[in-house]
Every structure is written in C-alpha cells, then in structure tokens.
Design a protein around this ligand. Structure first.
Ligand code: NAD
Ligand code: WQD
Length: 366
C-alpha cells in the first residue's frame, strides 16, 4: 500500500521530476500537474525506466482552478501537495513582472483554493535562497540561517516571499477555523523549503536539467561550454571580497534536494508544526572559479572562460546554515560537488539535446 498520495505541481520540471522519482522509490503514489511550459513529457518515460513506476500526469496550468478541481476530484486519495510549478528566471522576472506575479502568486493562490475545496491540508512549497537577498549587509549573516531577515532584490524573489506569506496566512486561518468549530486542526501544515543552488543530474545519465530556452544558471552553461555549444563561460565579476574574487554559492545535488522534500513530508506528518521554513543547502560555499575547475576536472580539460562585469542584482555570498534542516528534518546533503559535476557531465554528454532525443540504448535494452 502507498505511504501517501502526493500531487506534484511542476512535476515534469527539473527538481519536480527528481522529487517524483524519489517519492515513487519510497512507495508514494504521485499525481503530476504541469503545463509543460519548461519541460517535456519524455521525462515520465525516464522516471519509469529508472523506478519501474509511472506517475499519473495531467497537462494542467496551476492558474486554471476548474481543471485543478477536476484533478482533485479524480484523485480523492491525494493527501499532500508539493508545489514546484513556477517561472524562475530572475532576469526575465524584472522584464515581465506581471507574468511572474500571475503565474507564481496567482497560480499559488488558485492551487490553495482548490486544495481547500478538496480538503487537502498539507503543502510543501519550493521557495528559494533568493528571498534573503544580500545577507552580507550589516549585520553579516553568512552562513544564512532561517532567521535571517527576508529582503529579496528581484521580482522572482518577491513572488516567492508573497507565496510564503499566503501559505502562512491560509494555514493559520484553517487552524483557527477548525479550533473555533471544536474540530481537529493539526492536520493543516506547510513547509517552506528555501533551496540554495540546485545542480547535478541522475547518476544513470538518464535524467537531468533540460531548460527549454537559453540557460542562465552557471552549471547548465558550463555544460554547454563543455559540449562546444558555447565558446566560453562569462564569469560575472572577479572583484568580489572572496578568496579568488568570484561570488560564492552553496551548490546542492538535486538528488539530495529531492530527499529534502520527503523529509519535510515526514516532518509535517509527525510533528504537525503549522508553517515552518527550512534552508536546503549543504552549508559549504564555492566560488565560480572553484566550480569551473571542478567541472573542468570531470570533463578532462580546462574549460575556457572570460571575466566580464558583475551581473546586476548578484550578491557576494549565498551559503546556507542548514542546521535547522539537519536537526529537525534529520536531513543533510550526502553527495559532493564532485558527484554533482560528474553526474551533470554524464547527463550532458549522453543527452546534448536534453529530453528531445532517445535515451542511451543500453538503458532501453537493460
Ligand atoms: P523548472 O522550470 O524545471 O520546473 C518548473 C515546472 O513548472 C516546469 O515543468 C514548468 O513547465 C512548470 N510550470 C510553470 N508554470 C506552470 C503553470 N502555471 N502551471 C503548471 N505548470 C507550470 O524549474 P525547477 O528548477 O525544477 O524549479 C522548481 C521550483 O523550484 C520552482 O518553483 C523554482 O522557483 C524553485 N527553485 C528553483 C531553483 C533552481 O535553481 N532550479 C532554486 C530555488 C527554487
Ligand atoms: C551562480 C553564480 C553568478 C552564470 C539564483 C537564485 C537561486 C536559484 C538559482 C531559483 C553567480 C555566476 C552565472 C554565468 C557566472 N534559483 N555566473 N556566469 O543567481 O546564484 O541563484 O538562481 O530560485 O535561488 O538565487 O544562480 O547559477 O545564475 O549563478 O559567473 O554565465 O555563477 O554570478 O555568482 P544564482 P546562477
């Protein structure tokens, strides 16, 4: 029998697909809704090849309440939701803010309304380290604990803070409503998971990140330099106050990140905390040059780069203090940067066109 049934919004995307895989491998049933804006249904085949199980899938937009209602009606067994579906490009969010607010904030509200009607009380939300903004401002709070004041510096970050607030108000209101009616209230819970910099791919080389447009994150871009699709990596500034002048981030393997969601679901079920935030990071910061060197090492040659101006809105350091997640969720990262780089390279080498090509023959025949 399944441990539970989870609706995963954005489940064909990068982190959603790995979390779906981890859920299936841990005896959860999964129902995905995704509008395929930034993903492909092919990932469902890869999930099935690896796990032997296939999640239910609905091509639904999370801003479409009537369609969400139908999914909940068809799957009354859903007891929790993990909400990944969102637009996530920081630069783009400043150019088309209304799309970001509509999709991320509007979609989140619609989802919660639909969940409320279906009486689904648990939500795990994909938040981001970007909610902290510049944690090196006085007082310096690096590594960043959850108590660090929120201060996003971009529209994307604003949407994440808004949904954190909406979830908190909604769960508190449901708890109060139940209390007043003399009903059990503890089942209403929310986890706000603030991810640092997710990276890496499945060690089989069959699943990885497959952005539909031009990538803008460091590791997917390094992958494109390694395959020759890009000439060199542009390093955004070497005049930061770090050991080599480049900015510091906390890179976390996507397999570790996926497991963090299962740990959060367990915590909500066992401790019924109301709404609580956890940082999902390794606690270890790496500079851009360190990442270029680590990836170059697995590729077997020095990847070319060119130092250019700082990128607008970038901060010096986003390194997590993951103590709360370590202690409360009993979760910590297990995989190293070297693992992430090796797995990413295997994925990129095997699938230079991402999911838009057949899986390697040995996996199909196996
Ligand atoms: P992704 O783009 O790979 O996945 C998001 C998925 O949501 C895609 O499959 C997309 O098609 C879908 N989607 C978007 N809008 C939708 C809508 N209106 N209705 C239905 N589906 C929709 O991104 P990801 O990297 O897997 O990120 C997942 C979540 O984690 C996002 O909420 C993102 O903001 C958050 N996050 C990501 C990172 C990161 O660096 N990747 C870091 C912190 C937080
Ligand atoms: C990493 C480092 C760049 C590209 C944001 C969010 C985070 C998560 C990921 C969603 C930075 C440098 C990058 C390049 C470079 N997303 N860089 N040349 O901006 O740290 O994190 O996106 O929530 O939460 O905050 O990620 O991968 O874009 O950059 O030098 O071509 O690599 O300056 O120091 P970022 P990133």
């Amino acid at each position: 029998m399944a441990v539970g049934t989870v609706l995963v919004t954005g489940g064909t995307g990068y982190i959603g697909s790995f979390t779906t895989l981890a859920l299936l491998q841990n005896d959860y049933d999964v129902v995905i809704v995704d509008n395929l804006y930034n993903s492909s249904k092919v990932v469902l085949d890869r999930i099935e090849l690896i796990s032997g199980k296939r999640p239910a899938f609905y091509e639904v937009d999370v801003t479409d309440e009537a369609s969400l209602d139908k999914v909940f009606a068809k799957h009354p067994e859903i007891d929790s939701v993990i909400h990944f579906a969102a637009l996530k490009a920081i630069g783009e969010s400043g150019e088309i803010p209304l799309e970001y607010y509509h999709n991320n904030v509007g979609g989140g509200i619609t989802l919660l309304r639909s969940m409320k009607k279906a009486n689904v009380p648990n939500i795990v939300f994909s938040s981001s380290a970007t909610v902290y903004g510049d944690a090196t401002r006085v007082p310096n709070m690096i590594p960043i604990p959850e108590e660090c004041p929120i201060g996003p510096t971009n529209t994307y970050g604003h949407t994440k803070v808004m949904i954190e607030t909406v979830i908190t108000d909604h769960i508190n209101a449901e708890r109060n409503r139940c209390k007043k009616a003399g009903q059990p209230f503890e089942q209403w819970n929310g986890a706000l998971l603030r991810y640092f910099n997710p990276c890496g791919a499945h060690p089989s080389g069959m699943m990885g990140e497959d952005p539909q447009g031009v990538p803008y994150n460091l590791l997917p871009l390094l992958g494109k330099v390694a395959t020759g699709e890009r000439e060199s990596l542009l390093v955004f500034g070497d005049d930061y106050a770090s050991k080599d002048g480049t900015a510091i981030r906390d890179y976390i393997h996507v397999l570790d990140l996926a497991n963090g969601h299962l740990a959060a679901l367990d915590y909500l079920r066992e401790h019924k905390p109301g709404v609580r935030a956890w940082n999902l990071g390794s606690g270890r910061g790496s500079t851009v040059f360190e990442m270029i060197n680590a990836f170059s090492k697995v590729v077997g040659r020095q990847l070319p780069y060119k130092v250019v101006e700082r990128r607008h809105g970038d901060v010096l350091d986003l390194t997590a203090k993951p103590t709360r997640a370590n202690e409360e969720l009993k979760w910590s990262t297990k995989l190293t940067l070297e693992d992430a780089c090796a797995d990413l390279w295997r994925w990129v080498e095997n699938n230079p066109k991402g999911y838009r090509q057949d899986p390697p023959a040995e996996f199909v025949e196996a």
